[in-house]
Design a protein around this ligand. Structure first.
Ligand code: PLP
Length: 481
């Protein structure tokens, strides 16, 4: 019930309930694979179970935990189930959760170096570690012209890159000159929707986003990009940003960075590379081909919160020229002035992104990297890719199913040969079974099922079970036809 005089939770209560919560999480992870993956609650069901008004008096923690279990848990889709194959994952791990808990415990707000030097310095250090672990080009290291910063999401990273691109293209005066109406951005027709959101927010406008066509492997056609840029220049417009993707959301397609990069360098256009999920694969030397040409990019982002066992949110954003980023975002009100910043010897990450305040996110990343080590991380990435390749082989050999796109890494796009309607019914049936969760996309304007294998605890037996269920459900639907 807390301290009766000041309402706070006492230290003893915090210890007791803290242990109970950790135990609850450990039990949850042990049993999550038995739970229906996709929540089956109806819209409004969770709210209807909650009291309409907040409590005037504090309630016992036991009651709060019990309501969490009774009311909230049924409304959870279990992203941490080994049978979760939907979207792209948001996987996590013990060391990440504990690192995040310590971050919550410290309650640090690291907007300036001064407001917690360790928050800034650990972040710089861990992002340099990652640059080394992924073998990123030298310019993305903090010892060079650039460096890394943690953003909340890949969407924010793309917007941040676009704002810096906009400013660079307008000599850092887009607001004064109104030039942004003439700016143009480019991405492939398969790029993530966050690029379109970014052009809207950045004031470039959806009408000035050119969606470049893709080839048979769903990768951007570099020659079409070059033609479009030329056409826009002839029309008096200013190309300022190209968003290339390493591992598109629909099919994990890999845009040709080398060719796109050459065009961007020639045209003086900012190249941002979004490797939200697939970027993690570059931990393994044999998958580093996915980032060939990255040395021509101005910025790069990938999400440890997708495939690197680090809980949401954690996007690692690297820039080649940190001065361009800082010039875009730096505004110094009197109340943030301090000696450390003025010496120029420290990084103030508030100048590297949109918001001012920031959590101590590098702690969870540091815990993950130290717990697994590079070899441990590689082990799991390789295992996910091998499982996906095996699954793709089963699909390919099945007379009923076909692969809908190349499967370079851990995402398999496939469909039953019986057409869109059948595939929709198959997907609904599978997800209603509670035994797995898959999502869909459209490729070549055809309904396509996506199976992304990247959950922390997915093993071969889960994937095998999923394939058996897919075949059996298809068979049952065929019988009904
Ligand atoms: N980019 C790609 C290629 C994605 O697949 C996704 C999400 O799946 C995003 C960006 C957006 O990710 P976030 O939720 O980190 O903004």
């Amino acid at each position: 019930m807390g301290d009766q005089t000041n309402y706070h939770m006492t230290s003893d209560e915090f210890r007791r309930y803290g242990r109970a919560v950790i135990d609850w999480i450990a039990d949850y992870y042990q049993s999550v694979e038995q739970l229906p993956v996709l929540s089956t609650v109806k819209p409004g069901e969770i709210r209807a179970a909650l009291p309409p008004h907040p409590p005037a008096q504090g309630e016992p923690f036991e009651k709060i935990l019990s309501d969490f279990q009774q009311i909230i848990l049924p409304g959870i889709t279990h992203w941490q189930s080994p049978n979760f194959y939907a979207f792209f994952p948001a996987n996590t791990s013990g060391p990440s959760i504990l690192g995040d808990l310590l971050s919550s415990g410290l309650g640090v707000q690291g907007m300036l170096w001064l407001t917690s030097p360790a928050c800034t310095e650990l972040e710089t250090h861990v992002l340099d570690w990652l640059a080394e672990m992924l073998d990123l080009p030298e310019k993305f290291h903090s010892r060079s012209s650039g460096g890394g910063v943690i953003q909340d999401t890949a969407s924010t990273a793309a917007l941040t890159a676009m704002l810096a691109a906009r400013e660079r293209a307008t000599a850092y005066a887009s607001n004064e000159t109104g030039l942004q109406e003439r700016l143009v951005a480019y991405a492939s027709s398969q790029a993530h929707s966050s690029i379109e959101k970014a052009v809207k927010i950045a004031g470039i406008g959806s009408q000035n986003l050119r969606l470049i066509p893709v080839d048979g492997r769903f990768a951007m056609r570099a020659e079409a990009l070059a033609r479009q840029i030329e056409e826009d220049r002839r029309a008096g417009l200013t190309p300022c940003f190209v968003g290339a993707t390493v591992g598109t959301t629909s099919s994990n397609a890999l845009d040709p960075l080398e060719e796109i990069g050459r065009i961007c360098e020639r045209e003086g256009v900012w190249l941002h590379v979004d490797a939200a999920m697939a970027g993690t694969a570059a931990l393994c030397p044999e998958f580093r081909y996915i980032q060939t040409g990255l040395e021509r990019a101005d910025s790069y982002a990938f999400n440890p919160h997708k495939w690197m066992f680090t809980n949401f949110d954690c996007d690692c954003f690297f820039v080649a020229d940190r001065a361009a980023l800082i010039r875009t975002f730096s505004i110094l009100p009197e109340y943030l002035r301090n000696q450390a910043s003025e010496t120029g010897a420290v990084i103030d990450y508030r100048d590297w992104h949109i918001q001012l305040g920031r959590r101590f996110r590098s702690l969870k990343l540091w815990f993950v990297i130290r717990h697994y080590g590079i070899e441990g991380l590689r082990y799991h990435i390789r295992s996910h890719v091998a499982l996906a390749q095996e699954f793709a082989g089963w699909v390919d050999q099945s007379p009923r199913f076909e692969l809908a796109a190349p499967a370079p890494l851990n995402l398999v796009c496939f469909r039953h040969r019986a057409g869109d309607d059948f595939n929709q019914r198959l997907l609904d049936r599978l997800n209603q079974s509670g035994q797995l969760y898959l999502t869909h996309t459209r490729l070549d304007d055809r309904m396509t099922l996506r199976m992304c294998i990247a959950q922390t605890h997915t093993e071969r037996r889960h994937v095998e079970q999923a394939w058996n269920l897919i075949q059996q459900s298809a068979h049952e639907l065929e019988m009904q036809a």
